[in-house]
Design a protein around this ligand. Sequence first.
Ligand code: PRX
Length: 654
Amino acid sequence: MAADGGRPIDALLKEERRFAPPEAFRARAHVKDESVYEEAERDPEAYWARWAEELEWFRKWDKVLEWNPPHAKWFLGGKLNASVNCVDRHIRGPRRNKAAIIWEGEPGDTRTLTYFDLYREVNKFANVLKSLGVKKGDRVTLYLPMIPELPIAMLACARIGAPHSVVFAGFSPQALASRMEDAGSRFLVTCDGYYRRGKVVPLKAQADEALRLLAGKQDVEAVVVVRRTGDEVPFTPGRDRWWHELMDQAERLCPPEVMDAEDMLFMMYTSGTTGRPKGIVHTTGGYLTGVYATTKWVFDLHEDDVYWCMADIGWITGHSYIVYGPLANGATVVMYEGAPDWPDKDRPWVIVEKYGVTIFYTAPTAIRAFAADGPEYPRRHDLSSLRLLGSVGEPINPEAWMWYHEHIGGGRCPIVDTWWQTETGAIMITPLPGVTVTKPGSATRPFPGIKAAVLDDQGNPVPPGQGGGYLAILRPWPSMLRGIWGDEERYVNTYWSKWGRDIYYPGDGAKVDEDGYFWVLGRVDDVMNVAGHRLSTMEIESALVSHPAVAEAAVIAAPHELRGQVPVAFVILEAGRQGSPELEAELKEHVAKVISPIARPDRVLFVPDLPKTRSGKIMRRLLRDIVEGRELGDTTTLRDPEVPEQLRRMYAAR
Ligand code: PRX
């Protein structure tokens, strides 16, 4: 794809609206002036060390950074435990009885856990895990929806030094099985079911299906099942146990494991450019430092804030900005189980009003959906508690930004558009809300201590105000990924090979304007962003090809007004198979089942051929030209130059 990632650069550069931090906001903000940027630049290691000092360590580090490109170690020799930082240290002082998690289920049931409640639950579940045989270093898979047991289980894993691997509850049994197999995970925590748009999703049945797929490939010793809906579920004696029964018997206190700063805290699977998801590895000291620092400054978190991030904990946003970042800061976090449009389209605003949410963080796709529903939904509610809004997951178009500003923020709340990735662990490019003059559509500047640039193919900086290039991170940062689980080569090739071993390549197109502001334009590789969810074209292609009717498939991301992008599939059928609306529906369903409903193609086109080079490589670029209605690019290298034109007619005819 061109380095502009498909986003219209020229229109963006004409954006002239500016929003300075309101004086009342600035006056109270943690960061009030730009000097923090220079201070961090003067000595980045000392700066990050100052952040790390705000955490609690059993033993302080000997050295801040060891950088053997592309491998970094942070806070060498330091010892700490993430659960101590997120829970124990708060119960010793005035936060003991402060709400840590205010949870609301989709049906409207609620549960509030104070820091002391959380402490008790985490300790007990850590003992449960131990009693099941989980040891330091064992990977524990958590296949749970947005219920309090998910952060409890994560922190319990952290407490005993067992890295967790959370698999989004919206993922299919196959996706769960392949992640458990890749992680070599012998333990699973799941639940009977959960609520989504008024219906029960039978999660235990899905987990059982995954475990059947794993038979003979990966031993699973224990499955812990949370009772959420109370529905009858299949139970395998000896292997399956109820969460509440184990908790009833568990010892009250579990001493935290002394973890090295570089010990793995968790892994999180994400899509890359091949069909196989990669397990991104994050470690303890650096990750916690990064999410702690960014939560405090980017969200300007104060003691009395009520913070709500609408993401699912099954994605990195939830790990960093529902669990570890806010809890390490001792914040009150709102957590919601269900769909934002259930029972009506004002559910988020009901929640904001009810709990007095002050900081709200969501994705552009959600904002576009709110805007499409109309301002009457937020208008029904008192949103005056809000003081700061955030956006994450995909580029935000200026119109959506303005709608968010006016109709949710009441024109008074700064908006932080935060660019980062699963791999970066923490926010990388973002406004500081008490300092930065924002421009709708721009993530503005690298967080203090982060060094970013826009480079061309050769690694030369693209001058400010000129065309697009590739986003690059020029210096290691504490919360950076430490690797891809079990695949060193892929780690080096994917992230550290475009320009050299010391420059990180995120795979996004970007540009810098004359003020040094970054405008992230979207992915430049075969990764797409569907409603803020990251998917790989190859993953969807291999799902399609696994259907007996499909001989070959090419998938591309087409622009979509609400969802940002949607997958569109071009499919060649096996000889003797005929395309039909029924088969199209069947293939869409097949992808939803193999990967997740998120990956369901928006359209499936049955085609006689695909644009291929003489060496047989599919030119997806030409397919993108077709769906975006652009002039067809160079077709001279094609085996059959007629194919794109033929496909274009077929696409238009539908
Ligand atoms: O393309 C960028 C987009 O989301 C990708 C990372 O996806 P994931 O690892 O799933 O993490 C999402 C949540 C951090 C990036 O490569 N992206 C994320 N935030 C932004 C963004 N694109 C533009 N602006 C953003 N604020």
